[in-house]
Ligand binder design. Sequence first.
Ligand code: ADP
Length: 163
Amino acid sequence: MKQKIVVYPGSFDPPTNGHIDLIERASRIFDKVIILIMVNIQKSYTFTVEERVEMLNNIFKKRKFKNVSVDVYKGLLVDYLKKNKLNIVLRGLRAVSDFEYEFQMVLTNRKMFDRMETIYLMPDVRWTYLSSSLVKEIANFGGDISDFVPSEIVSTIRRKFKQ
Ligand code: ADP
């Protein structure tokens, strides 16, 4: 039987408990989850692509999620999907504020690749307000981020902001 593979694109700058919550949920639904680090030209990043790959690999190495992998793509999501013969995408919905952007992305991507389908999952209520920028804001002022990101990457994030 054909494997059901889902691609989870995003910045993961850095990954948070919200991202991990979604990935764990997806890994129970799909045979394989590919976390795809993308480059969004409207954003500037704090962590290099290599640092983000390493953080995600560190998180999943120790957990029992053998069907999760990490990939990087500097281009359009639809091109990545077509190139790899994939068509299912995962995104997260936290609050109504996420909706407008996601709606625009789905319709735009569909125009370019009509077989692409996006699945939305909602995180545990504990993470509905959480974002990578919030984590960076706290870390920048020396606050405690350990409730917001996986323990495997707390020191990497702290080190970055001490530089
Ligand atoms: P992007 O630059 O694509 O928005 P992010 O890494 O910020 O990259 O987010 C990637 C995806 O993860 C988005 O669909 C976003 O809604 C989702 N996401 C981010 N934070 C959370 C969270 N706390 N709970 C659930 N989903 C989240």
